[in-house]
Ligand binder design. Structure first.
Ligand code: FES
Length: 113
């Protein structure tokens, strides 16, 4: 059986997030940063840099990446993986747009798939 175990939760609308910015969402004890890039694609990462837990929600969004505000590591918004010579990853969550509505899948994260 190929059951869809997604747990899609509506977290707001696209215009809640500034272009090339983010918005924080609480999920239990975790804070998730939901990003919107210049192409109006949305991404969701735990709001913790894999280096020293810097707040990625305060980073600079460019392309499909965010640069951490603390020490400038570049993190993929799609996978949560550190780019370049840096190593580490932040949990990434599935997120989708349905019209203007943003849904976040809290049942899993991309780093675990
Ligand atoms: S905490 Fe993000 S680069 Fe150091």
């Amino acid at each position: 059986m190929n059951a869809d175990i997604a747990n899609w939760t509506r977290i707001g609308v696209l215009d809640d997030i500034p272009r090339q910015g983010s918005r924080k969402v609480r999920a239990g004890a975790m804070t998730i940063a939901v990003f919107r890039n210049a192409d109006d694609r949305v991404f969701a990462l735990e709001d913790k840099c894999p280096h020293k837990n810097g707040p990625l929600s305060q980073g600079i969004v460019h392309g499909d990446c965010v640069t951490c505000p603390l020490h400038n590591w570049v993190i993929s918004l799609e996978t949560g993986m550190a780019q370049g010579a840096d190593e580490g990853e932040t949990p990434a969550f599935r997120v989708r747009l349905d019209g203007q509505d943003i849904y976040l899948d809290l049942s899993t994260n991309l780093a675990a798939v």
